[in-house]
Design a protein around this ligand. Structure first.
Ligand SMILES: [Zn+2]
Length: 248
C-alpha cells in the first residue's frame, strides 16, 4: 500500500499503512456518501470521494496517474488506485462495531432504499414542518443520500411542488413520493449514475441516467407530460427544476 501524500481534504490516517497490508477485502458497501471497505478481520476503511474522487482497478504495471494519491496493490496483480483532482475526498478507519456511532454516521437518517424509509416514516419526520419538502428530502438527518438531482426528479414524478410545506402533504401523496424516490434511485443505479461533470463508474465509463432526466437541467424545455415549460428556482442555494402544470 502506498500513499503518495499524507493528506487529502483531511490528513489520511497514518495507521492505514500499518494496519491494512496483509488483510483480505471481504466486501464493499456504502452508507450515505461513504464507501465502506470491509476486510476478513480488523478495521473498516471509510472513504468519501469528495467532489472528484475516483477509484479505479488497474494493473500494477500501469504508470502512476498525475492525480493518483493512494495505490493499494493486491495479490492478484491488480491495484486499487485512488485519483482525486481536487483532493476533497477523505478517509478514516473504524471497526464494524463502532461504525454507526462514528462521528460521520451518528446523525444520519435511514437509507432511502432501506426498510425504514417509508411513507409513515416520512410523514412523522415532516409533521408540523413548514420547510419545503425538497429541503427535507435533501436533509441527510431525515433521509441519507437523496441528492439534488434525485429530489427534483422524484418530486416531479410524484406530482408534488418542491416548495410545498413538508407538513402539508397528504398520506397518499407521501406514499407516491417515497415510491418515486426509490424508483428514481433504482433507475439511476441501473443507468450507472448521472455524469454531470466528473462522475465515472469504476471502469471509467460515464453514467447515463442524465438521458432520463424529466426535469433536471431542462429549464425552458417542454414538460414530457403536459408540454408546459420546465421552470427553475433556487432553494437553499441549489437549483430546483419543476413543472408548474404537473406539480402542486
Ligand atoms: Zn408538466
Amino acid at each position: 500500500m502506498a500513499l503518495m501524500r499524507d493528506n487529502l481534504r483531511f490528513p489520511l490516517p497514518a495507521s492505514m499503512v500499518r494496519d491494512l497490508p496483509g488483510l483480505t477485502f471481504s466486501s464493499v458497501s456504502r452508507r450515505s456518501k461513504y464507501l465502506l471497505f470491509y476486510f476478513d478481520r480488523g478495521p473498516v476503511l471509510i472513504w468519501h470521494l469528495g467532489m472528484t474522487g475516483q477509484f479505479h482497478v488497474l494493473s500494477q504495471s500501469s504508470p502512476l496517474g498525475v492525480h493518483e494519491h493512494v495505490r493499494i496493490n493486491m495479490e492478484n496483480g491488480t491495484a486499487l488506485c485512488y485519483r482525486d483532482t481536487r483532493r476533497f475526498g477523505y478517509a478514516g478507519l473504524s471497526t464494524p462495531e463502532a461504525l454507526e456511532g462514528h462521528i460521520w454516521f451518528n446523525q444520519l437518517g435511514p437509507e432511502p432504499l432501506g426498510d425504514i424509509f417509508s411513507a409513515d416514516y416520512l410523514i412523522e419526520q415532516c409533521r408540523g414542518r413548514r420547510a419545503p419538502i425538497k429541503s427535507l428530502l435533501m436533509n441527510a438527518r431525515v433521509v441519507a443520500g437523496v441528492g439534488n438531482i434525485y429530489a427534483s426528479e422524484a418530486l416531479f414524478r410524484s406530482g408534488i411542488h418542491p416548495g410545498r410545506a413538508a407538513g402539508k402533504i397528504s398520506r397518499a401523496r407521501m406514499t407516491l413520493l417515497v415510491e418515486a424516490v426509490r424508483r428514481v434511485l433504482c433507475e439511476a443505479i441501473a443507468a450507472g449514475g448521472s455524469t454531470i461533470s466528473d462522475f465515472v463508474q469504476v471502469d471509467g465509463k460515464p453514467g447515463y441516467f442524465a438521458h432520463q432526466f424529466r426535469v433536471y437541467a431542462r429549464e425552458g424545455k417542454p414538460c414530457f407530460r403536459c408540454g408546459g415549460a420546465i421552470r427553475r428556482m433556487v432553494q437553499s442555494g441549489r437549483s430546483t427544476f419543476y413543472c408548474l402544470g404537473c406539480q402542486h
